[in-house]
Design a protein around this ligand. Structure first.
Ligand SMILES: Nc1ncnc2c1ncn2[C@@H]1O[C@H](COP(=O)(O)OP(=O)(O)O)[C@@H](O)[C@H]1O
Ligand SMILES: [Mg+2]
Length: 308
């Protein structure tokens, strides 16, 4: 765990809020909006043209945006595990926690508080070999983040352009659920991001996931494939049960293949497991804590598939 005191965080936030951004009007460092949650603007996101980020170090990185229809299906858990799995293989990996209202990457990767700044860049803290940037490192305590779309857009832009990511091989973007402002911003900022769509086997999750995937008809991003999480649970006696039903991942893949007019595959089925949940809470992804377990193996296979 990287420990940073509340005072250090507050000082850093203050410093950022008073520093002009490289991007005019950008949120975190801009003058219009302070870093403190609650800043909001009435203007619609479409009023502010968002250009793809071009002045950053990530030109050669493969970018994956982890998306879903519903919340709680395991996007963040899978992001943390995929990132840690690829870092273990020796790749240079970053994670942008784009779930600004509901950030969970600091907890799941075991990073607390802020990193330092160096030569004008934000230094992303590293955990399990993964560089991570999250709004969680700018907030103190448990206050709610209440931001409207344009402010979120600026914050994401700044996380991407002002973080010293180094020359990453892979960047994962952990999205909030659905097709809201953040998903639109990321699609504009990172048009090259390939979408990994997470669902559970349950019909209600699958239907919403397919709708979220269909957003790419408008954003023109590539759906790299579907990940079915919580696919099954193996009891100690070897019996396999399916608490969330079966078939959701396949259904999303079939629906999107039709809708998008290109083959969209089910890439992985990750089991429900106590170890996965414990790993999320402890900040040690299961691919690190128990690399030979079934969920870890499923994630490792998926990770290899993504970079092969
Ligand atoms: N395969 C799994 N087995 C057990 N628990 C899981 C699994 N995947 C996710 N979880 C747990 O489910 C909850 C929701 O997962 P999370 O990754 O936060 O979802 P999302 O980011 O889609 O909202 C978390 O508490 C997480 O630890
Ligand atoms: Mg999440």
């Amino acid at each position: 765990m990287i420990e940073v005191t509340a005072a250090e965080r507050a000082a850093w936030a203050e410093q950022l809020a008073n520093r002009p951004s490289r991007h005019a009007g950008a949120g975190i460092g801009g003058h219009e909006h302070s870093l403190a949650p609650g800043g909001a603007s009435e203007s619609d996101i479409e009023d502010e043209p968002t250009e793809p980020v071009d002045e950053w170090d990530l030109a050669s990185a493969q970018v994956f945006a982890v998306a879903s229809g519903k919340g709680g299906v395991g996007k963040s858990t899978i992001t943390a595990n995929l990132a840690a799995a690829l870092a273990q293989k020796g790749l240079k990996v970053g994670v942008l926690d784009a779930d600004l209202n509901g950030f969970s990457m600091p907890r799941m990767l075991g990073v607390q508080g802020a990193a330092c700044k160096s030569e004008g860049s934000i230094v992303a803290p590293e955990a399990h070999g993964v560089k991570m940037m999250s709004l969680g490192m700018f907030t103190t305590g448990q206050e709610a983040v209440i931001w409207r779309g344009p402010v979120m857009n600026r914050a994401l832009q700044q996380f991407l352009t002002e973080t010293d990511w180094g020359d990453l091989d892979v960047l994962f973007v952990d999205l909030p659920p659905g097709t809201g402002d953040v998903a639109i911003s990321i699609a504009k900022l990172l048009p090259q991001a390939e979408i990994l769509l997470v669902t559970t086997p349950q019909l209600v999750a699958a239907e919403v996931a397919a709708r979220a995937g269909a957003m790419t008809l408008h954003t023109h991003q590539r759906v790299r494939g579907i990940i079915e999480n919580m696919a099954y649970f193996d009891l100690p006696d070897g019996t396999r049960i399916t608490p969330f039903g079966e078939g959701g991942g396949t259904q999303v893949a079939q629906t999107l293949t039709k809708q998008l007019g290109q083959p969209t595959e089910l890439l992985a089925q990750i089991p429900l497991s106590d170890e996965v949940r414990k790993g999320s809470d402890a900040g040690i992804p299961v691919v690190i804590s128990d690399p030979d377990s079934a969920p870890a193996r499923a994630v490792q296979t998926l990770a290899n598939l993504l970079v092969e």
